[in-house]
Design a protein around this ligand. Structure first.
Ligand code: NAP
Length: 270
């Protein structure tokens, strides 16, 4: 661990940090010495994450709350700041997803994904602003390739994550003068996650996705966590307003290549 990635004495808040990619992000910051707060809906998941994160030696705390509930999000951020001090790194990763064609999806399903991914991210950033260390804080939103590439069966997630990218850029513009950097990471297909279990639930579908990735494999959550450690650190001190693909080149093939794989994938979904 170089000094640049030493987060001792730093406060990191991870929304959605109780499973999958976001929990791995929380683990990485905890191992790097940060005090880490996590938030998600399920109390058991929150308690388990806090117990594990505390084992890495720093302080950990958690909140059972829904990012759709602005007051609950604001109360959690206030409590984290009172306990741990100003927030140095804020990660917004809470999200929901399910495959459904636009013409079949219920209006409620579309709204739920937009409410969690997009409005939840805005709630988090809006409520966190007063608690961010200024200058010096870094905000990292967890986006997705769907934010810039139209993907069948993903109208809700495409719309929501596109919005997340624009919130990222606008806040980077507005908060730059206060010394707050705002970036996003767009993971490709990540192994062992709830997200990919829903979108590619069989080995055959996993193979279709794997073949559409230039690096020829799924990524792993630690690779996303590493990119967050870097974006939150002084190594990225002049980077703001960026949506960083961490996807093995998945998005490089552009819509054509991605569409081909994804269309086959959903056609084969039982
Ligand atoms: P995951 O394990 O399902 O993680 C989602 C987290 O968000 C969970 O901790 C969940 O906990 C929390 N959450 C969901 N709805 C919430 C709400 N309304 N309020 C508060 N917390 C909520 O999913 P993942 O696959 O690792 O994905 C993590 C992030 O990476 C997401 O932003 C996703 O869009 C992005 N991503 C994933 C992939 C992939 O390959 N998996 C690819 C691209 C982008 P509770 O159930 O306790 O609320």
């Amino acid at each position: 661990m170089t000094e640049l990635f030493d987060y001792s004495g730093r406060t990191v808040f991870v929304a959605g940090g109780t499973s999958g990619i976001n929990l791995e992000v929380a683990r990485a910051f905890a191992r790097a010495g940060a005090s880490v707060a996590v938030l998600s809906r399920n109390r058991d998941k929150v308690d388990a994450a806090v117990e594990e994160l505390a084992e890495y030696g720093g302080w950990a705390m958690g909140f059972a709350a829904d990012v759709r509930d602005y007051e609950a999000v604001a109360a959690a951020l206030t409590a984290a700041r009172e306990q741990f001090g100003y927030i140095d790194v804020l990660v917004s990763g809470a999200a929901g997803n399910f495959p459904a064609a636009a013409a079949d999806m219920s209006a409620r399903g579309f709204s739920a994904v937009v409410d969690i991914d997009l409005k939840g991210t805005y709630h988090l950033l809006r409520a966190a602003y007063e608690h961010l260390r200024k200058p010096g804080a870094a905000v990292i939103n967890i986006s997705a390739p769907q934010s810039s590439i139209a993907m069948e069966m993903q109208a809700h997630a495409c719309a929501a994550k596109a919005g997340v990218d624009m919130v990222t850029r606008v806040c980077a513009l507005e908060w730059g003068p206060a010394g707050v950097r705002v970036n996003a990471v767009a993971p490709g297909p990540i192994s062992g996650t709830e997200g990919m279990a829903r979108l590619a639930p069989t080995p055959e579908l996993e193979q279709v996705v794997t073949e559409s990735v230039p690096l020829g494999r799924y990524g792993n959550a630690a690779e996303i966590a590493d990119s967050c450690l870097w974006l939150g650190s002084p190594m990225a001190s002049y980077i703001t307003g960026v949506v960083l693909p961490v996807d093995g080149g998945w998005s490089l093939g552009g819509a054509a290549q991605l569409f081909a794989g994804v269309r086959k994938m959903f056609a084969a979904t039982p």
